[in-house]
Design a protein around this ligand. Structure first.
Ligand code: ADP
Length: 191
């Protein structure tokens, strides 16, 4: 199985690239942000809880996020591999993911990080906000908080997987196709 973590700050293009990668390699795409938005749209208890945090640009607590992620993986036992997008976002989530995969004799193949400067991120998310309908994309202070939380809580996960030689950084600025070509070249060097 090819299990990839697509990594990078909010707005770095993970969702766009994941959609193209699943088509090319036949993988399952798991975006915890999308899963939360689905729960919110359906007004579930999980969605109501998640919305409290998402609307402020904060992380949803680990126990909620990890449980939801495990359910999604367990519901799809027949896949060729998984692209994790927006998960893990804390070291505790990364450790929980590794333990969970190890119980199934699986592991993360590689973490691929998209490198995009903060100011480019803010501009991209503000312009996405014009059409995405996402309230967390429209307010610059919420966007800056998401970037702050990313730098504090999420960025260290790069070093965590680097310890086992699994982290790869690629340039995340350029056209969608150019970045996709960088990603596929990287994936084909690790699979
Ligand atoms: P973006 O990458 O643009 O921030 P996402 O859709 O990945 O968008 O995430 C939106 C929000 O959902 C995050 O700001 C956070 O509140 C919540 N969220 C998504 N994934 C996680 C996670 N793994 N842990 C905690 N919160 C999460």
């Amino acid at each position: 199985m090819l299990n990839l973590i697509l990594f990078g700050p909010p707005g770095s293009g993970k969702g766009t690239q994941a959609a193209k990668l699943i088509e090319k390699y036949g993988l399952l795409h798991i975006s915890t942000g999308d899963l939360f938005r689905y729960e919110i749209e359906n007004g579930t208890p999980l969605g109501l809880k998640a919305e409290e945090f998402m609307s402020k640009g904060e992380l949803v607590p680990d126990e909620i996020t990890i449980g939801m992620l495990k359910n999604k993986v367990n519901d799809n036992p027949e896949v060729n591999g998984i692209i994790f997008d927006g998960f893990p976002r804390t070291l505790a989530q990364a450790e929980a993911l590794d333990r969970f995969l190890a119980e199934k004799c699986l592991s993360i193949t590689a973490l691929i990080a998209l490198d995009v400067p903060d100011e480019e991120i803010v501009q991209r998310i503000l312009s996405r906000g014009e059409t995405s309908g996402r309230s967390d994309d429209n307010d610059e202070s919420i966007i800056r908080n998401r970037i702050f939380v990313y730098n504090e809580e999420t960025a260290p996960i790069y070093n965590y997987y680097a310890e086992s030689g699994k982290s790869i950084m690629i340039e995340g600025v350029g056209s969608v196709d150019v970045i996709f070509n960088r990603l596929t070249a990287t994936i084909e060097s690790v699979c």
